[in-house]
Design a protein around this ligand. Sequence first.
Ligand code: FAD
Ligand code: DLZ
Ligand code: SF4
Length: 506
Amino acid sequence: MGTPDQSLILVLGDQLSDRLPSLRAGDKARDVVLMAEVMAEANYVRHHKKKIIFCFSAMRHFAERLRNQGWQVDYVKLDDAGNSQSLAGEVARAKARHGLSRVVMTEPGEWRLKQELHGIEMLEDTRFLCSHAAFRQWATGRRELRMEFFYRDMRRQTKLLMDGDQPEGGRWNFDAENRAPPKKGMTFPDPPRFAPDAITAECIALVERLAAGHFGDATPFWFPVTAEQADELLQHFLRKALPRFGETQDAMLANEKFLHHSLLSIAINAGLLDPLEVCRRAETEYRAGRAPLEAVEGFIRQVIGWREYIRGIYWLTAPGYVERNELAANRPIPAFYWTGETEMNCLARTIAQTKEEAYAHHIQRLMVTGNFGLLAGIDPKQVHEWYLAVYADAYEWVELPNTLGMALHADGGMLASKPYAASGNYINRMSDYCGSCSYDVKKRHGAGACPFNALYWDFIARHKARFARNPRMANICRGFDRFSADEQQAIRAHAKAFLDGLEPWG
Ligand code: FAD
Ligand code: DLZ
Ligand code: SF4
């Protein structure tokens, strides 16, 4: 029987950090840490195999780390006899096993789990820079919740890239210098790949056995699964990729999956890296003259700006946000999202990469798979479940606002002032996909025309009444009106025939 102040500390699969408030508040000589692999978490969407392998392997390595620090860790494996296969069930079993009544945890990242685990004492997750209360206060009374203004406050708060009370270099945002199309002959660094050790190999075998029907390839598996490996990936990024981060941020190349992206979201979201430390080390590269300001500012903005803002929006709007569907999109998700089988090269490449790596970079997610979902009017919930399942860095708090708000405009513009809608022309400018596509990116309709073109104008035509009121969209709406009646009719007929021909999933 435990003593009255002895606690069970539940640590979740994305809380693998020495800085976790519930561990800091605990006492390793007294308390018991519980970690549990459960089917309910592996199956609530059918996560990519690599995502589950990463989660379990990182959890098992973290349990070892805690044991080496002197903690008593009760670790339940997925195939352990008696596993109830839910987190609430495992908490109940562990309480009985250890004779404990007090359970403590750091607040889960997802609304769903917060509900399931109600009754457990929850500490605020201070791994984030902006608390729920601070975000609510920032949002209160604002007509528009624009990331750029939130970001400036975060710069002031963290003192990152500040020159006194002014932004370093005299500007908050250097995006105008970033986001160029890919240049011929540019070379890209290969990320370090971490060979699976015995623990990871066991997780691979487990997932191959128990999640065989899930999306994606289990191997080759090379993600970092410890804080030390994540640090090695960070060091590689800082030296080899950060200096050109901004320049190629929006570029897409069929034979370059990673370009100068950091690949750090998987480790940061799981707790293996601390976001503020990552940013401080990026700033050091700038101060030491090893990386230009525009690249470092661009990177830091993603982490302390976008990442924190997205989380703020998630908790500000939970649980209702997932129900938003302002553009009344109700088409079932096409089968090709899951199979990758489509003649559209940009989509085929992005989805093939997603199956192989459980990773695609931001512009692939936003302007290829996201843009298609927006233009084709696919049911936001089905698109949300796809993104939540297929990316190794996906947890609802970060995936949902990015998908519903940024990519699909399903929140009616709460998160983004205009929809990220684009025709084939954008994809052609920013990538090399179109050159080897069986469709013709220059054609709007007719045989062989790039589907993104007719879908784009059809989307504008469908939503003209709404978007004509938006100053950033009015010109585009007038663009459609300037087409002849015959051209308008041909575009819309082409879009309809294409959409009618899509094979739905399931
Ligand atoms: P980099 O390009 O190197 O960026 C650096 C870091 O900035 C990332 O590691 C990440 O921590 C942060 N960041 C950048 N953009 C965002 C953003 N919009 N929101 C939050 N953090 C950001 N990111 C996730 O972490 N999980 C998701 O489930 C997720 N789903 C997305 C779904 C859609 C439809 C879209 C459009 C974006 C999504 N993102 C998500 C944001 C972004 O695409 C990924 O963070 C990024 O691609 C991760 O790769 P990276 O680490 O190489 O990023
Ligand atoms: C994503 C995931 C998976 C696949 N499995 C587990 C698990 O077995 N045990 C666990 O504690 N957490 C897991 N996770 C992460 C959670 O489902 C959830 O997404 C995050 O904790 C929410 O922030
Ligand atoms: Fe994608 Fe159209 Fe380019 Fe083909 S032509 S790769 S479908 S944008």
